[in-house]
Design a protein around this ligand. Structure first.
Ligand code: OOG
Ligand code: MG
Length: 262
């Protein structure tokens, strides 16, 4: 760790306030270039602790920057991991208020629900599929707290990987009954397809993103509890949205899920 406990506290407080008040900020490594990976996850952990203290619950976990489309769009090369709080949940077909966000973007994601606990290191695609119950379509709404979505990997980890809202829905299917690599993905904005993909865009197989998350948790002495929801990461570039937009994700064999921005 390169930063003091006091600085970690301050940065967590700052980023959490930016999220709740929909305020942007320059990326935190501008002022703290020495910040390391442990510091970045320690800041994210402090934001989670503050939310839990305020009565929130963990609604799920997320992997991000798991497709080349996303890595290229954001100019980075490695996946990152974050948490989903219950306050981020939107019902299928529900509304997202843009006034509560800074500059939201949507991403199509294959989501997993596990049946048994997963532990790492050593977690593989096979272990993830063996431990999974269902997969289903989800739209993640990301909203980096950093000005103009400009960040480096450590800054985005500290900012809980831009997590803001998410919706899951459609038709959940047995995770072992489908070939998730060839699962087709169509993201529509206002009825027009704006991003197209397939599951293999996510690290060759979206279960690989879940395995990476589990191995990351394992390195930190944690595991992925049974019954967890995991967003495996945007399969395409993220698409900017504004008030009035209606977004639908169609996923092959799994129906569709949608939300509206007001
Ligand atoms: C970071 C979060 C990325 C994904 O699915 O790739 C993410 C960002 O791009 O702001 O959630
Ligand atoms: Mg995402």
């Amino acid at each position: 760790m390169a930063l003091s406990s006091k600085t970690l506290d301050q940065l967590a407080k700052h980023l959490h306030a930016c999220q709740r008040e929909a305020r942007d900020t320059p990326k935190i490594t501008d002022e703290h270039p020495e910040m390391d990976w442990d510091d970045a996850y320690a800041i994210q952990d402090r934001i989670l602790a503050a939310k839990l203290k305020g009565g929130a619950r963990i609604a799920g976990y997320k992997a991000g920057l798991t497709s080349h489309a996303k890595m290229r769009q954001m100019g980075v090369t490695d996946p990152v991991f974050g948490f989903l709080a219950d306050e981020f949940t939107v019902p299928d077909g529900g509304e997202v208020k843009v006034s509560e966000l800074i500059h939201p973007k949507v991403e199509p994601e294959i989501c997993f629900v596990t049946r048994t606990e997963l532990t790492g290191p050593g977690c593989s695609i096979a272990s993830v599929l063996a431990a999974s119950d269902v997969v289903l379509p989800g739209i993640e709404v990301i909203d980096s707290r950093y000005r103009d979505f400009k960040f480096d990997l450590k800054s985005v980890v500290a900012d809980n990987t831009s997590a803001a809202r998410f919706v899951v829905g459609g038709r959940a299917v047995d995770a072992r009954s489908v070939d998730l690599r060839t699962t087709g993905i169509v993201l529509e904005k206002n009825g027009v397809p704006v991003a197209l993909g397939a599951g293999a865009a996510v690290l060759g197989h979206p279960a690989a993103a879940v395995a990476m998350l589990v191995n990351h948790l394992g390195r930190r002495g944690k595991s992925l509890p049974a019954g967890s929801l995991i967003l495996s990461g945007g399969a395409t570039e993220a698409v900017a949205v504004q008030a009035g937009d209606h977004v639908t994700l169609r996923m092959q064999g799994m129906g569709s899920v949608s939300l509206r921005f007001v």
